[in-house]
Write a protein that binds this ligand. Sequence first.
Ligand code: AHR
Length: 333
Amino acid sequence: MRKMRMPSRPWRSAATALATVLLVGSVAACGNSDTGDAGNDGKIVLGFSQVGAESGWRTANTTSIKESAAAAGIELKFDDAQQKQENQIKAIRNFIQQKVDVIAFSPVVESGWDTVLKEAKDAGIPVILTDRSVDSADKSLYKTFIGSDFVKEGRLAGEWLVEQKKGTSGPVNIVELQGTTGSAPANDRKKGFAEAIAVNPSLKTIASQSGDFTRAGGKQVMEQFLKANPKIDVLFAHNDDMGLGALEAITAAGKVPGKDITIITIDAVKDGMQALADGKFNFIAECSPLLGPQLMDLAKKAHDGEQVEPRIETEETTFTQDQAKAALPNRKY
Ligand code: AHR
């Protein structure tokens, strides 16, 4: 049996202990980046940067993501960017530093992501875009984009209006409440709607301004529209929340929403569907926030290095007042 010798120089044993700690630490860190498992218990770690909590849609989307992560056994690091791009960039950099396995985010605006996406790519962390896309020319900066076709939503809203106003000869004055300036849904819904109504020259958008996807924004901008324009026939709001805010302004101006002013919105969250069923809204193009289950599936595939489709489109429908009445009892969000 070998005898243990007491160290003759105590500082040497302290240095050895420190070296051992550093070595073990660096092996563990290498293990982290090699296996990609940032979690302590072998769980996949997903860093998710959410836009904010600006609308009922966003709240439903956040719930879907949190519940689906728990159900899939994925450790979720959730960050709320409060509608600010700089907060999202900071959150993504934090995720990279923490060596998460996968990063997902819903970009508040379309432009300005290339640098941080390249940093994630260089760190070997796959990125998934959810709900909104980016305008990066280099598609290798992210694995996939899962979300709605916003141009189609705007087009469906416009086509419904064209059908309603078929045969109308006099001018139809439309006001538009846009979503967050520079965001994909605001850009695309505006485009799709404008393309659809272009077939009938009597349909004219007389005012268009951002209400930032919020009820308060919708109310405030609608008040301005009503003051500046004595004849408003139609409101196209890029989401339910802005439409709901606008209802207050319309009623306060002594007009009857859904009758004096035709109201078209996008999303189909419960409050919007209730307004439609009550006859205050006239038409909604759906945008589904329930992206959580598919996102978790994609995160697992991206982590395992499996091939994923570069674009996954959400299935959606539209609602008239009668359809809203029928759908409301089973509406999940
Ligand atoms: O990106 C989806 C949009 O963002 C929803 O239509 C809107 O309600 C949300 O804030």
